[in-house]
Design a protein. Structure first.
Length: 199
């Protein structure tokens, strides 16, 4: 029985031309596909996160509407302005809230109404000490804190999303998905100013 003797003779790797082409093509084709899939999934996750945060803002705004309506109801015997305030709240609540601009307008309107309401409460010490009113005001403050946190998180996600749409190579993926930049949740000009109330 013959045995093959090992040899220490040096040699160079000699792959076939077909083998070389297949390896190079696999690198050229697979890397962009993986990059596309990863970028696409990142965009989808960001969109989902933006939609969830916008929904959180919407939920908190609706909660504020309800709290303001209850505050007006709790103070009806004390104040004469409740009809106009309730009308303002009703019109704000019945308005469409489909875009971030709509949510920003509703938030701005609620801020103005809450500011007016709190300033007018100063004229009614008994009402200001009322347990129900204090609980409702505390709930409203909680809503404001939640909206502020959701707004920051929303804007942070929008910043990442919009920057990815602008930068290479993710902008190539964004263009194939027909993605459009998202709007930031911005404070209105009136929100940046001090509330002026004529008593």
């Amino acid at each position: 029985m013959s045995t093959i003797k090992p040899s220490n003779e040096s040699f160079t790797a000699q792959p076939s031309l077909f083998g070389k082409i297949m390896v190079y093509l696999s690198f050229v084709l697979i890397f962009p596909i993986i990059l596309f899939i990863v970028s696409r999934n990142n965009f989808l996750r960001l969109q989902q996160s933006i939609e969830e945060t916008a929904s959180d803002i919407d939920v908190q705004l609706k909660r504020r509407f309800d709290l303001l309506t209850k505050l007006v109801d709790a103070t009806k015997g004390y104040m004469k302005f409740e009809k106009s305030t309730l009308t303002d709240v009703a019109s704000l609540r019945s308005g469409k809230m489909e875009t971030m601009s709509d949510l920003s307008k509703a938030d701005s309107g609620l801020n103005a109404t809450f500011g007016k309401f709190n300033a007018l409460l100063e004229n009614y010490p008994d009402l200001k000490a009322n347990t129900t009113v204090l609980q409702l005001q505390s709930g409203a403050k909680d809503c404001e804190d939640n909206i502020a946190a959701a707004r920051r998180f929303y804007n942070a996600n929008v910043k990442v999303f919009n920057s990815k749409i602008k930068t290479f190579p993710s902008n190539v993926v964004a263009s194939t998905l027909n993605l459009v930049s998202k709007d930031y949740f911005l404070a209105s000009d009136s929100d940046r100013q001090d509330i002026k109330i004529d008593l």
